[in-house]
Ligand binder design. Structure first.
Ligand code: PLP
Length: 332
């Protein structure tokens, strides 16, 4: 099941769905995104990861033959009060230790029974989500979560399909793969693991964020640069002004020193990132000038490196790409 929430992690929902047409399912957050996929002709399972929030949404789920998570008693009551139509496809979310969404494992069986009493032709998959699958030092936590999940299943006669693994668990814990895996970040070529980049895992970046230098400035010794004048030249230097800023999704808190490629050569961000522009050090890149290609992340510059420098994770950078950024895609 390909996780394509947040506009496919900033890559464009329909574009990514077309590229991944061979998957057995898609997982999204918003009902609108699910409907968009269905209306675009995708016939696979489409799962709403947080389920529904109103009766109207239950009706839309029926109408568009969507699958839904149920994670709380409010949703359960709403569903059980609803007329029985179609063949509901429910992913029953169990909270095994993340403590975000889900029923307690000891409630699992009674919820299952109530669902089955409500509708005999219902399909149910058990689902849980790991809190620490990216960290090998937290293997105990993963084991604990697996243990609570297994205890719930032991009490059932007959087997119920299960889904547990996100990207990190897919890579680190093959024992968690079960019936459906739910990869997100690895589909986009980035790493879910804090100690490895996508490239190091044999993945290829799907998104490359590029722009161009639109002006060049010459700083003298002690000249200050940009808002707040925080960067101070310690020698005469050339600075490239790049047409990309936080309104494009480049992180404003990326500090001086964050890696950037100019004409494919590695240099550094200097000064504060502003809304529409950022500035880079052109020392030693003499041929660079107005019009030179700048790579902010992607091919040649792992997004994980930029994320680390900005004290965040690749997920946040990719998902925050702004709609104003023009897309050039090898997929129609
Ligand atoms: C986002 C999400 C995933 C995918 O996570 P990645 O770390 O990107 O693989 C899987 N399952 C659920 C429930 C999610 O919300």
């Amino acid at each position: 099941m390909a996780v394509v929430k947040a506009d496919a992690y900033g890559h464009g929902l329909l574009r990514v769905a077309r590229a991944l047409d061979a998957v057995d399912g898609f997982a999204v957050l918003e009902l609108e995104a699910a409907i968009q996929l269905r209306e675009a002709g995708f016939s696979q399972l489409i799962l709403l990861l947080e389920g529904f929030f109103s009766i109207e949404e239950i009706e839309a789920i029926n109408h568009y033959r969507l699958s839904t998570v149920i994670h709380c008693h409010e949703q359960l009551s709403m569903l059980l009060a609803h007329k029985k139509t179609g063949k509901p496809d429910i992913f029953l979310k169990i909270n095994t230790g993340m403590n975000r969404l889900g029923f307690r494992p000891e409630e699992g069986n009674s919820v299952l029974n109530r669902l089955r009493q409500w509708h005999t032709d219902i399909s149910i998959t058990l689902m849980t989500h790991f809190a620490c699958a990216d960290d090998l030092l937290e293997a105990d936590h993963v084991d604990q979560q697996l243990g609570s999940f297994a205890r719930l299943e032991e009490k059932r006669e007959g087997c119920i399909p299960r889904t547990l693994a996100n990207s990190a668990a897919i890579l680190r814990y093959p024992g968690t793969h079960a019936d459906w895996v739910r990869p997100g970040i690895i589909l986009y070529g980035a790493s879910p693991l804090p100690d490895k980049t996508g490239i190091e895992l044999g993945l290829q970046p799907v998104m490359t964020l590029t722009s161009r230098i639109i002006a060049v400035q010459h700083l003298d010794f002690s000249d200050r640069l940009g808002y707040g004048g925080q960067f101070v030249a310690d020698q005469p230097m050339r600075v490239g002004v790049v047409a990309a800023g936080y309104a494009d999704g480049y992180p404003r808190h990326a500090p001086t020193g964050t890696p950037v490629l100019v004409n494919g050569r590695r240099t550094r961000l200097i000064g504060r990132v502003s809304m529409d522009m950022l500035t880079v050090d052109l020392s030693g890149i003499n041929e660079a000038g107005a019009g030179s290609l700048v790579t902010l992340w992607g091919e040649g510059l792992p997004v994980e490196e930029v994320a680390r420098s900005a004290q965040t994770i690749s997920y946040e950078l990719l998902a925050a790409l702004s709609p104003r950024v023009q897309t050039v895609s090898s997929i129609p």
